[in-house]
Ligand binder design. Structure first.
Ligand SMILES: [Zn+2]
Length: 577
């Protein structure tokens, strides 16, 4: 289009708007907004104007922020006005690492998180067996042996055996996933369907726990979980396509509702295979995603090779789905002794954890990421795992100098050798961490690592930030509840009980914790120009809270409620009265 024509159209457009009710600010004309939020303490996360009173929104975007006097001029006859009554208002939380579909699915299973001991879990399964037809799977999630008030009886290394559950559910296969997702419990029936017995060998990167006689007790560590989960998948695949699709839809809907009620407007999904991404793409296309998703593709190298171009989506369906990163895991989790350490576990000196995927295979994924211009996100928990991943990144960045700007991430980065901490900042590697894991795991971290390693390298947010690294926040839901408030609280207090903090010198400040849950998460997804702060042009993803997260007392943080969630300029959640 030639310049004069473009100018004519602009003049014509301006006239149209003028006659359609533009209002004046000083001498300038402004269009009336669709929505105005006014009279709040609006924390923008924008350093040039950190706190304002009001926001004007047109369609799904912020058009102006500032004083109430300035923004009230955007109020026209059709503008919806929401008075904030002094309330704390901020950008919607961005969950930096969770499992979206898994979270929805776990909401349809037995929730074992609150059980005080194994006996209570046996009772939960007994109840479920009464209403589940014989032969059908009973599934649950969230048990954690280190959080029980007494050890199971009988037990092997503190882990339960299948005896109790076999008694209450002899006619049902039972599969109960550990809170970490890195271990599973199966009863005798499920092991039978999986073909697991005394003679079954441990798969690479996994372990079948056994009693003294060598008999499997029903507990499967890391990749050994696949033996039982594949048996369940075989049974699931016998269900009709409609049944499976309905289950998936329900999981996606439940996860979305849960996020909005907790003030999460964007969710970084830490790994879905290409089949699941197909489903999510269909949901996005049909306008059925309620939360903005940023999905890491987690599939094997063979499947991804040559197909990734078809899966690259940036801002698809009005910014509801983005897919531009790959996910791998190189080790397990600390709770079930699966984190890969440089030196043996303090409480299991025979083991230094598990390397769950060959280093060469992870390097190949890194090459695929470079070839296809994807980001790379690798799960690494133990100090050995983190070192190996940093080594791969460093080596590839040297070969491909432009790769350093790709914002590659390490998911969890929980336990670092002191020599490796500064490498995050130096290499521009993002530490994608979860505040709440620190306080949730604190009860067993010193047991696993000993005091020196815990102090020097466990959840060292402060040291990472001080060395120039970007640290993001999240919950790893369904490993933890997706609620950002406890994770924010953990980030700024590291409190595990009254007056006991887990190495408090590593706390984030309130401002840093807010950044880690908003603009820094956006940065870690190349979305800092779209979300994470409240400035004109960005998406109107905004939440209103009952407490002031910058100024309230520590203990009041946990009482904070989400009163209002606005996504793309629309109110999508209101706290019930
Ligand atoms: Zn995860």
């Amino acid at each position: 289009m030639g310049k004069p024509m473009f100018r004519n159209i602009c003049v014509w457009l301006c006239c149209c708007f003028l006659f359609n009710g533009w209002v004046a600010i000083g001498t300038a004309q402004v269009p009336p907004a669709d929505l105005v939020l006014t009279g709040g303490k609006v924390v923008t996360m924008d350093q040039s104007q950190p706190i304002v009173e009001a926001i004007a929104i047109e369609r799904d975007r912020i058009i102006s922020v500032g004083s109430a006097a300035k923004i009230n001029k955007y109020i026209g006859p059709d503008t919806t006005v929401i008075p904030l009554n002094g309330k704390f208002t901020m950008p919607g939380f961005i969950e930096g690492h969770g499992h979206f579909v898994g979270m929805g699915q776990s909401m349809m299973m037995l929730n074992l998180m609150k059980a005080k001991n194994w006996d209570e879990i046996v009772s939960q399964v007994e109840e479920a067996a009464k209403t589940t037809p014989a032969g059908q799977w009973i599934v649950g999630r969230g048990w954690h042996q280190s959080k029980w008030d007494k050890p199971p009886s009988p037990n092997v290394e503190g882990y339960p055996t299948d005896a109790g559950i076999n008694k209450v559910a002899p006619n049902h296969p039972v599969l109960l996933t550990h809170a970490s997702g890195h271990m599973s419990f199966a009863n005798g029936y499920a092991m039978q369907l999986a073909g697991v017995d005394q003679d079954t060998a441990n798969p690479a990167g996994g372990e079948i726990l056994r009693d003294e006689s060598g008999k499997p007790i029903g507990v499967f560590r890391e990749t050994a979980q696949g033996l039982v989960s594949r048996a369940r998948a075989r049974d699931e695949s016998k269900k009709s396509l409609e049944e499976r699709a309905a289950f998936m839809s329900r999981a996606i809907e439940l996860a979305g509702e849960e996020c909005l009620s907790k003030g999460i407007t964007s969710f970084q999904d830490a790994g879905s295979n290409m089949r699941t991404v197909d489903v999510l793409r269909n949901f996005a296309r049909g306008g059925r995603l309620t939360v903005r998703l940023w999905v890491m593709i987690r599939d094997n190298n063979e499947s991804m090779n040559g197909r990734l171009a078809n899966y690259k989506m940036i801002g698809y369906a009005d910014n509801f789905l983005t897919c531009r990163s790959l996910k791998r895991s190189i080790d397990g989790a600390l709770g079930p002794h699966g984190a890969w350490l440089l030196a043996p576990y303090e409480d299991m000196p025979t083991s230094s954890g598990l390397n769950t995927a060959a280093v060469e295979s992870v390097r190949r994924t890194a090459e695929l990421a470079i070839e296809n211009d994807f980001q790379l996100c690798v799960h690494a928990i133990g100090d050995r795992a983190n070192r190996e991943v940093l080594n791969i990144y460093e080596e590839l960045f040297e070969q491909q100098p432009t790769a350093i700007s790709r914002r590659w991430r390490i998911e969890h980065a929980q336990h670092l050798h002191p020599d490796d901490i500064a490498r995050f900042g130096d290499l521009g590697v993002i530490a994608s961490m979860q505040g709440v894991h620190c306080t949730s795991d604190a009860i067993f971290v010193p047991k696993r690592l000993g005091m020196r390693r815990s102090k020097e390298g466990a959840y060292v947010w402060r040291s990472l930030m001080d060395s120039g690294a970007v640290v993001t926040n999240g919950t790893d839901a369904p490993v933890e509840d997706v609620d950002p408030i406890p994770s924010f609280y953990a980030s700024v207090t590291r409190k595990i009980a009254d007056n006991i903090s887990f190495f408090p010198e590593q706390c984030m400040t309130r401002e840093e914790a807010l950044r880690s849950y908003t603009i820094d998460c956006a940065y870690a997804a190349f979305e800092e120009n779209l979300k994470g702060s409240l400035i004109p042009g960005k998406l109107a993803d905004i939440i209103v809270l009952s407490n002031d997260l910058l100024d309230c007392a520590d203990d009041e943080i946990l009482e904070t409620k989400v009163e209002l969630t606005i996504l793309g300029g629309k109110v999508v959640y209101t706290l019930p009265k």
